[in-house]
Design a protein around this ligand. Structure first.
Ligand SMILES: [Zn+2]
Length: 86
């Protein structure tokens, strides 16, 4: 008799594990993109040296009323010198 109770308990545990495992698998295979897009990953072009830089790491400068992104402060300074509204 105890063997049957143990077997039933085993089946209940097995079903519970199966449900948890299936829901975990559906989350894994779900609509989630493999590489979630981070806002800082957007690429912007440095107008000074034409290099593409990640927006999150770019040097942002407001020149002539527009925010422009550069690969470095050096490029930003050079561009600002050339494009300063006189
Ligand atoms: Zn640059």
């Amino acid at each position: 008799m105890r063997a049957i109770l143990f077997f039933i308990l085993l089946m209940v545990v097995y079903q519970a594990v199966k449900v948890v495992f299936r829901s975990a698998m559906s989350v894994y295979h779900g609509g989630e993109p493999r590489t979630p897009r981070i806002p800082g990953e957007e690429m912007v072009q440095d107008p000074q040296c034409r290099t593409y830089v990640v927006k999150g790491r770019a040097v942002a400068r407001r020149i002539a009323g527009r925010t422009t992104y550069f690969c470095s402060a050096g490029c930003a300074d050079a561009y600002e010198r050339d494009h300063r509204s006189s």
